[in-house]
Design a protein around this ligand. Structure first.
Ligand code: ADP
Length: 673
């Protein structure tokens, strides 16, 4: 996926989430706002209700006070008309008081403010609390005047209103009515209102004169103050509801809204988690698929899948490379396949029938395939059933190994091994020669003594033929034994006669290289070849020289096993020997095998070429011995010296052939290692 489309995809995912998130936030905001708004509305409703009720109560009080004043003014008018005696005035006052318990006292004053009639006999409160100062215009016009509340002798706050009695512009006197302020509240405020509200009468400084709170004191949440319309003084009616603010959570709606919101948030979170998990799984799957594809593409093993009918459903690049055909040309095909070699068709068919019948070989089997070019190559095939997630088999999966390289290497190593055996046999010829001499010595000595005995018998003219025959027969037996020994040695050697022919050292090294490489690979030893150009040929047995190279390089590689990887370098140098070391007639080629191994200490150097001398636990101690024999067989020399860079240099010098010497004129070419 390109970066651009990744960004688009990412942004698409973001937008996909943004709208539901915004909607949910809006929903939640509405859910929170609604109960809050409902609460506010309820609070406003309560406040408005309180105001309306307070107004109503104020009106009721006002009405009652006005009514009392009206009645007293009527009585006053009758007094003015001189229709009433003082006694009947008193009775009229008392009648009024009976139906209005809030009235404390009613007093009738004459024009000089002297008491004419009073509803109680008790001493008068101070005059200034009853009669406003004279000279006020209101008095002149007969208007009622109330005085500020005062504390009466009974310990109650009292309010007095002064009603002047005027007739034809002349002052006749006045009536003063005193109210108990608590009485006003008790009598004039309806019980249901007092139950829900604390009602008080206060002045402008909030001083409380009367208070009624039947249902408990007010909560100061909903309050209202209204002035009573009393001429001359200011008295306020204060109501304070004993209801507190409406409770949010007590509201069932709020509770359900909160639960709903929680549920919504939870389900959204679960959805979010689920989607994230899916996205993560998808991502992991994509990575897995990419990983598997990379793995399949990097495999050198061919992979091939087939369905239950044998139709090819998948091949990996390694398989296509092997058979030199593109996947498009073979996937979907039914047998016979284009990579089947015609000569092996019968075998394939038989195997295929077995496979269809369900017999899958437990081990790999070898067969031949052909490339598009027609070239045949050996393959090793492993089959296994393909099973889907429900456990049902849907086909077969095979892995195919191209084993042509393996086969070639096996063949090469077999051949080299054979050569090695032959060379070893040959090289031990020297050993065998001494053994032969020792073995032959006995029968020859015996033959010699038997024949000497026979000669002596004949010379002595001894006619005992029997004795003569015995000696000759014994000599014959010994001669046969000697023949037997020689035949067995001949048998050993005759398998391959060393042949000497002109060979180039470069081709000998080339021939040995695959095996040297094979030896070096397991130990990660690097090999450096320095072969001087135009080297003359040598008269030699190629196989023996290869054997020598193999032995020397094997020792060199083994000596470097303990080295750090940087110091695992094996150098093979072929050059002309320095001409100053020999006359031109004896031109020789010098081949050196140079290692950086542990070197050869003096005590080891002494026994180096002795047969069966080895410092290695599994060593045979014959390698160097065979090498020296082989080189000397060619008229050359095998020597060793310490490598100045650490390690050892083994070198063998071989004389160049006569023809080569004459052709090349023997100018030695030397390449510095
Ligand atoms: P083997 O390989 O069985 O040990 P060889 O005749 O090849 O027999 O070698 C004899 C001994 O010479 C070895 O065991 C080893 O100690 C020593 N030797 C041979 N080549 C080297 C070398 N390149 N570096 C150090 N020591 C060597």
């Amino acid at each position: 996926m390109s970066n651009f489309s990744k960004i688009l995809n990412w942004q698409g995912q973001r937008w996909r989430w943004l709208i539901p998130i915004l909607l949910v936030l809006l929903f939640l905001a509405t859910l929170i706002w609604l109960p809050w708004q409902a609460q506010r509305m309820e609070a406003t409703d309560r406040q408005e209700q309180l105001i309306a009720d307070t107004l109503w109560v104020e009106q009721a009080i006002q009405f009652q006070l006005n009514r009392n004043e009206e009645i007293l003014r009527l009585i006053g008018a009758e007094i003015g008309g001189s229709h009433l005696s003082q006694q009947s005035v008193l009775e009229r006052f008392r009648t009024l008081m009976k139906s209005n318990h809030e009235i404390q006292r009613i007093i009738l004053f004459d024009e000089n403010d002297l008491v004419l009639v009073s509803t109680s006999d008790g001493p008068l409160p101070p005059k200034e609390t009853l009669i406003p100062p004279r000279g006020q215009s209101e008095l002149a016009h007969g208007k009622t005047q109330c005085l500020p509340p005062f504390l009466g002798r009974n310990g109650k706050n009292l309010l007095s209103c002064h009603i002047p009695l005027v007739k034809d512009g002349q002052r006749l006197g006045s009536i003063v009515i005193s109210y108990r302020l608590t009485g006003i509240l008790d009598e004039m405020v309806p019980w249901w209102f007092a139950q829900d509200n604390q009602v008080s009468l206060i002045d402008a400084d909030e001083k409380i004169y009367a208070d009624r709170s039947a249902g408990g004191s007010g909560k100061n949440v909903y309050t209202h103050i209204r002035a009573l319309d009393l001429p001359g003084t200011q008295l306020l009616l204060k109501t304070n509801s004993n209801k507190s603010e409406p409770k949010l959570l007590a509201n069932l709606l709020v509770l359900s809204v909160v639960l709903l919101s929680l549920g919504l948030i939870w389900s959204l979170a679960a959805l979010w988690r689920d989607i994230n998990r899916r996205l993560a799984a998808e991502g992991a799957l994509r990575t897995q698929v990419a990983f598997r594809t990379a793995m399949e593409n990097s495999l050198v093993t061919g992979l091939r899948a087939r369905d239950m009918e044998g139709r090819l459903t998948y091949v990996n690049p390694a398989f296509c490379k092997m058979i030199e055909l593109p996947a498009e040309e073979i996937v979907g095909n039914l047998p016979p396949m284009p990579y089947w070699a015609p000569e092996a068709l019968a075998e394939y068919r038989q195997r295929f029938t077995q496979l269809l019948a369900g017999t899958v070989p437990s081990e790999g089997f070898e067969t031949i395939y052909q490339r598009a070019s027609g070239e045949r190559f050996p393959v090793l095939i492993y089959e296994s059933p393909l099973v889907n997630e429900n456990g049902v088999q849907t086909g077969w999966m095979s892995s195919i190994l191209d084993i042509s390289e393996l086969k070639r290497a096996q063949e090469l190593s077999r051949q080299q091994e054979e050569k090695l055996h032959v060379s070893a046999r040959l090289a031990t010829m020297g050993e065998i020669a001494s053994m032969l001499a020792h073995e032959l010595n006995q029968p020859l000595a015996a033959i010699s003594s038997y024949t000497t005995g026979a000669v002596n018998l004949i010379r002595a003219d001894n006619s005992d033929k029997e004795l003569l025959l015995q000696a000759l027969a014994k000599a014959n037996v010994q001669a046969q034994r000697a023949g037997q020994i020689i035949r067995s040695v001949h048998e050993f050697v005759k398998k391959r006669e060393p042949s000497r022919e002109p060979v180039s050292i470069a081709s000998v090294i080339d021939g040995a290289m695959p095996l040297i490489d094979l030896q070096a690979q397991p130990f990660y030893v690097a090999i450096q070849l320095v072969i001087a150009p135009n080297l003359p040929t040598v008269l030699a047995d190629r196989v023996l020289l290869e054997q020598v190279l193999l032995n020397l390089t094997r020792n060199a590689i083994e000596a470097m096993q303990g080295n750090s990887p940087a110091r695992r370098l094996l150098r093979i140098v072929a050059e002309m020997a320095a001409s100053d070391q020999q006359p031109a007639a004896h031109a020789t080629i010098l081949v050196s095998v140079i290692d950086q191994g542990y070197g050869i200490p003096a005590d080891v150097a002494e026994k180096l070429f002795s047969p069966f001398f080895s410092t290695k636990s599994g060593g045979m101690g014959m390698g160097l011995k065979i090498c020296r024999t082989a080189i000397e067989f060619h008229g050359g020399t095998l020597t060793h010296q310490d490598n100045p860079a650490g390690g050892t240099i083994f070198s063998f010098a071989l004389p160049v052939t006569e023809e080569a010497r004459s052709l090349a004129g023997a100018p030695a070419v030397r390449v510095n290692a």
